[in-house]
Design a protein around this ligand. Structure first.
Ligand SMILES: [Zn+2]
Length: 432
């Protein structure tokens, strides 16, 4: 048998050879992306090397400046959305095209990372030819780079002049400015003017797309009780104390509610004793106690994660009912809930949008794009707009270890994900 020369083999293995379902124009877009791999990595290196922890406002703005420069290269108009000083956040980068053809597309990214300047520096470092590490390299500077390079590729073929695209990179996704009714006001308003939203948070491999994300709420349980000498505990006069009542409640939460799919609730802090002060804002407690004193008060704070608003409401009702019925003698308890991020419910519209990605992926030779397990992802910015328009997420960079030192990005898959994003945006901006 004749030996196949290595370069021919490499060409045969290249995914694009089999891309029979791409139009000639789409093939040119793919070729442009392949020709700009080193520019892509250079841009990624540049932004990863700017620390942009949510509270490093200057760093977040600097990262925004770099992406604004690159989005302008793609022909978009950029602006900076300021937030009131009281929120102590950097603000957001918005970039728009002027056209109104096809679907109106809302593209979501974020400029901040969980890594603040005081944490050990994690500069962009190539580990080998397919992996790099660095702060925010996949969550989500890699995703932002995918957006930018996809749009630059479309601009290079003059395909953006009639498109209706809004790119929205928030500056505080990891720790949103409070209240979110202020920090996400402009974000929600602009999304409402679009037909669909594409989230470029970390991809779970090449073949999974998020059509749902769980939301979260927080809760605070306050238990009070008669205090007294421990010798009288369990008796009619003294009752059971706040600590036994708290364990009754938490145990019933676990026994009655922990088997429901997509519902979780985690008590994150608990404090009780004979003397206690609790700081709500900092979630800090100082406690002292004695073994011979019945505890008069306990505080517990936790989260509640859910896939639908209905599930959230039902869980809250069930928790309230456990808290307020059959209290142990001599005790009383209340629970309060605070809204966090809403759920992105896995709707039919979201799944229909996923099918657009599925078709593009197959046409690129990347295989299918299946719906991921909604329980596998936390809440994200896209959840704020999910009830207004069709949404999918997880179109961003693939990698491992987000939110931890040593986070990585897969550099081999990066150009493929840019191709997928570019063809998807191109097709949607030409769709009826
Ligand atoms: Zn993220």
């Amino acid at each position: 048998m004749k030996k196949i020369p290595a370069f021919v083999l490499a060409l045969l293995l290249c995914n694009n050879i089999f891309s029979q379902s791409l139009s000639d124009m789409e093939k040119k877009v793919v070729a442009w992306i392949n020709a700009h791999r080193s520019d892509t990595e250079k841009l990624l290196e540049e932004v990863v090397n700017i620390n942009s922890g949510t509270f490093n406002l200057e760093g977040v703005r600097k990262t925004g400046d770099v992406f604004a420069r690159e989005l302008q290269k793609a022909g978009l108009q950029t602006e900076w959305v300021q937030l009131p000083d009281s929120l102590k956040r950097a603000g957001h980068l918005v970039a728009t095209t002027k056209g109104n053809k096809g679907k109106k597309i809302f593209i979501i990214g974020h400029l901040d990372t969980v890594f603040e300047p005081a944490m050990p520096a994690g500069p962009f470092t190539r580990i080998n030819d397919s992996t790099a590490t660095g702060q925010g390299v996949n969550d989500m500077k890699g995703g932002d780079v995918i957006v930018v390079m996809a749009l630059q590729a479309l601009q290079a073929m003059d395909l953006l002049k009639d498109a209706a695209i809004t790119v929205y990179f928030t500056g505080d996704e990891e720790e949103s400015g409070k209240p979110t009714s202020v920090s996400r006001k402009d974000f929600i308003e602009r999304a409402k003017n679009c037909d669909l939203a594409l989230g470029f948070e970390t991809a779970q491999g090449l073949n999974t797309i998020a059509i749902g994300r769980r939301g979260f709420s927080s809760w605070k349980l306050d238990v009070t009780a008669k205090t007294g000498h421990s010798a009288g505990i369990f008796g009619k006069g003294s009752g059971y104390g706040a600590i036994y009542e708290t364990t009754r409640i938490l145990n019933q939460f676990r026994e009655q509610l922990s088997h429901e799919k997509y519902l979780t609730f985690n008590p994150g802090i608990i404090a009780g004793g004979s003397e206690m002060t609790y700081n709500d804002e900092k979630m800090q407690a100082t406690v002292s106690g004695k073994t011979n004193i019945i505890s008069p008060s306990v505080v517990v704070e936790g989260d509640l994660r859910f896939l639908t608003e209905k599930q959230r409401e039902q869980a809250r009702l069930n928790m309230k009912s456990i808290v307020s019925t059959k209290n142990l003698q001599g005790t009383s308890a209340t629970i309060s809930f605070t809204d966090g991020i809403p759920a992105m419910e896995p709707t039919k519209g979201n799944d229909a949008l996923r099918l657009w990605v599925d078709k593009v992926s197959r046409d690129l030779g990347m295989g299918p794009a299946n719906a991921g397990d909604p329980g596998s992802r936390g809440a994200g910015d896209i959840s704020y707009v999910a009830k207004y328009l069709d949404c999918i997420d997880g179109l961003g960079a693939s990698g491992k270890g987000a939110h931890a030192a040593g986070e990585t990005i897969n550099l081999k898959e990066l150009p493929l994900l840019i191709q997928r994003a570019a063809i998807l945006i191109y097709r949607l901006s030409n769709a009826k």
